[in-house]
Design a protein around this ligand. Structure first.
Ligand code: 1BO
Length: 272
């Protein structure tokens, strides 16, 4: 497993995304992923699965301190007291004394960012989180957040895969010493039949999904693919035994297109 270093955090390059995994399936997938070698699990208050993520981790018998656990605060809890209460409630559901990383899940223009970031930093100072960061922030919001936050931010978690150009966000993160964490890194499965990725994969005896994840990791991006199938969980971490050359990296980057974004909401910021 490789790691991405970011403002004091050491984040495993591949993590398990748990968005839309619920109940017993979620607990089972988390347990299996940890047994297969995953050491990074991503959840969120709004995913309604923190309890099961904690259960899966305990059933795996992997030590808590060997796993990098991220959770996120939903936007309706961005007033300072609400944020701290929300973070504590997440820890109760996870049955953990702290998380490795606590994120603001989406920007919320209705609450002053300085107040929310002050509370997020306070959560770190209280020992509820070892590191803090943001998610779905644009370049302008990253710059604003870095200037306002009393503690270092270690990442921006955004949608990123070959069909969505995130060069500007990736460069802004690098400039701030932050990691880019990619959710939906295999474009919700759309890349599996991609002709370019399949052809490049055949040359390395790898699948299109493995090529896609390798393309992210070679940019020092952290990727958090989700799967509920054990064979896919294995496939998604078997990406550390081959290298894409510059021409292959460029060919994959050229797949980006204007309709590439898969996750958008009315409350989303104006994307870069
Ligand atoms: C609404 C959830 C988006 C990805 O975390």
């Amino acid at each position: 497993m490789l790691y991405v270093e970011a403002n004091g955090a050491r984040i495993p390059s591949i993590g398990l995304g748990t968005w839309e995994l619920r109940g017993r399936v979620c607990a089972r997938v988390v347990e299996q992923a940890l047994r297969l070698g995953y050491r990074h699990i991503d959840t969120a208050q709004v995913y309604e699965n923190e309890r099961e993520v904690g259960e899966g981790l305990r059933s795996s018998h992997v030590k808590r301190d060997d796993v990098f656990v991220t959770t996120k605060v939903w936007t309706t809890h961005f007033a300072p007291n609400d944020l701290l209460r929300s973070a504590k409630e997440s820890l109760v559901r996870l049955r953990m004394s702290d998380v490795d990383l606590l994120l603001l899940h989406w920007p919320n223009a209705h609450v002053p960012l300085a107040e929310t970031l002050g509370a997020l930093a306070h959560a770190k100072e209280l020992g509820l989180a070892r590191h803090i960061g943001v998610s779905n922030f644009t370049v302008g919001l990253i710059e604003e957040a870095v200037a306002l936050c009393p503690q270092p931010l270690v990442c921006d978690q955004v949608e990123y895969h070959p069909y969505l150009d995130q060069t500007k966000v990736r460069d802004a993160c690098a400039q701030a010493g932050m990691a880019l964490v990619a959710y939906s890194p295999i474009a919700k499965g759309h890349i599996k039949s991609d002709a370019v990725l399949t052809r490049i994969g055949a040359a390395h005896r790898k699948s299109a999904a493995q090529v896609c994840l390798r393309w992210l990791v070679q940019q020092d991006v952290v990727a958090i693919p989700r799967s509920s199938k054990i064979e896919r969980l294995s496939e998604n971490i078997e990406i550390f035994d081959f290298t894409l050359d510059d021409a292959e990296m460029a060919e994959i980057s050229a797949l980006a297109n204007d309709g590439g974004r898969l996750t958008d909401f009315g409350f989303a910021p104006k994307w870069d």
